[in-house]
Design a protein around this ligand. Structure first.
Ligand code: SF4
Length: 352
């Protein structure tokens, strides 16, 4: 096993003792992280005073041993100091992820958030409760913040996710309006949208026509038993619906513009996970492999579910990265989205 990938996996799970100026306390997906650059690549690492990894002279040390990795904190962006005319801080509308990604949750509520249905790794409504964000961002607000973030902080891409809504579109309708508004103001900015498979696949074409560069349709696990256990609400959408949505998205957006998350540590067999990722790659879908981490505010953390081992994360990452390389598929080529950012996984350091 490659030592650097193993160290990078350890960092993703155990974090680093560091006060990163850019943090994302809660939200959809992985959170409670400090945003840093490891060897120049985006990395979202838990900030953990008890981590054995420390930073000295911009290098990562394990005790007295220099790991050979460099680490620099992402500086607080200037757009965080601004507010809209009606007094909403820009930081509550969209946030900096990594060094150059603007990320927003357009609708911060989810139809599946009742405890019986909620994905056990998700905290989408927690940042709402803590007052760190607003429930629904208007297209005009998103456009205003995107313009400032590009101008003041050199943002290079934008990620728009959404909680699932009750309609057939599952949130895509709001994403369409938001993408249009942002691109009217910042033409050419690569934007990735993320939603569940829409009940009517015409929404995928509508998202592309609005100008989105890439799309994430996130299944998190390909194992039906794991899906039912971890995502009681979301698993009512059959895997076959995801497959249809991915295929339509690849047709409309093109190959390597479509991605999905696969979480390591939900109990899926690692070799089956790697094989499943291989099938996604054959479909033209980028499998963005990330570790499950028991974030504060999740049901899994409440129940004491541990993160996977660094060995398991490194093993799956290396297996999937080898398949990505063989297919000539790189996260960076998605141009926008989590796969292009890479911070929440370790694939990029493994050449994926
Ligand atoms: S990988 Fe996605 S969720 Fe993670 S920091 Fe990058 S844009 Fe944000």
């Amino acid at each position: 096993m490659d030592v650097r990938i193993m160290t990078r996996a350890e960092l993703a799970l155990r974090g680093v003792a560091l006060d990163a100026p850019v943090r994302r306390p809660d939200g959809a997906g992985p959170s409670d992280d400090g945003h840093v650059l490891v060897d120049g690549a985006n990395a979202a690492l838990p900030t953990n005073p008890d981590s054995p990894y420390r930073v000295r002279d911009s290098r990562v040390w394990l005790g007295d041993e220099d790991t050979g990795l460099t680490l620099t904190a992402v500086r607080r962006p200037r757009f965080y100091d601004l507010s809209t005319a009606d007094g909403v801080p820009y930081e509550h509308i969209a946030r900096l992820h990594g060094a150059d990604v603007l990320a927003t949750t357009v609708v911060q509520t989810c139809v599946r958030y009742a405890e019986a249905d909620r994905c056990r790794f998700c905290t989408i409504e927690e940042s709402l409760r803590s007052g760190a964000t607003v429930a629904a961002k208007t297209p005009a607000q998103l456009a205003e913040v995107a313009e400032a973030a590009v101008r003041l902080d050199g943002i290079r891409q934008m990620v728009m996710t959404t909680g699932t809504t009750t309609g057939q579109d599952r949130g895509a309708r709001t994403l369409v309006r938001s993408v249009r508004a942002v691109l009217d103001t910042v033409p050419g900015l690569p934007v990735q949208v993320q939603c569940e498979p829409p009940g009517d696949l015409v929404w995928i074409r509508a998202l592309r026509d609005a100008g989105a560069t890439a799309i994430g349709i996130h299944i998190e696990s390909l194992d039906d038993e794991v899906r039912r256990r971890w995502m009681p609400g979301k698993s009512t959408v059959p895997t076959a619906d995801y497959e249809r949505a991915w295929d339509e998205a690849v047709r409309v957006f093109g190959p390597n513009r479509v991605s999905t998350y696969l979480l390591v540590g939900l109990g899926e067999d690692p070799d089956e996970l790697i094989e499943g990722a291989g099938r996604l790659i054959e479909r033209g879908v980028y499998p963005f492999v990330v570790p499950f981490r028991p974030m504060r505010g999740t049901l899994a953390a409440r129940d004491g579910v541990p993160a996977p081992s660094a060995e398991q994360l490194a093993y799956v990452t290396e297996g999937v990265a080898a398949k990505l390389r063989a297919a000539g598929m790189k996260g960076a080529d998605q141009r926008a989205g989590c796969a292009a950012c890479g911070a929440c996984g370790v694939l990029e350091s493994a050449g994926g």
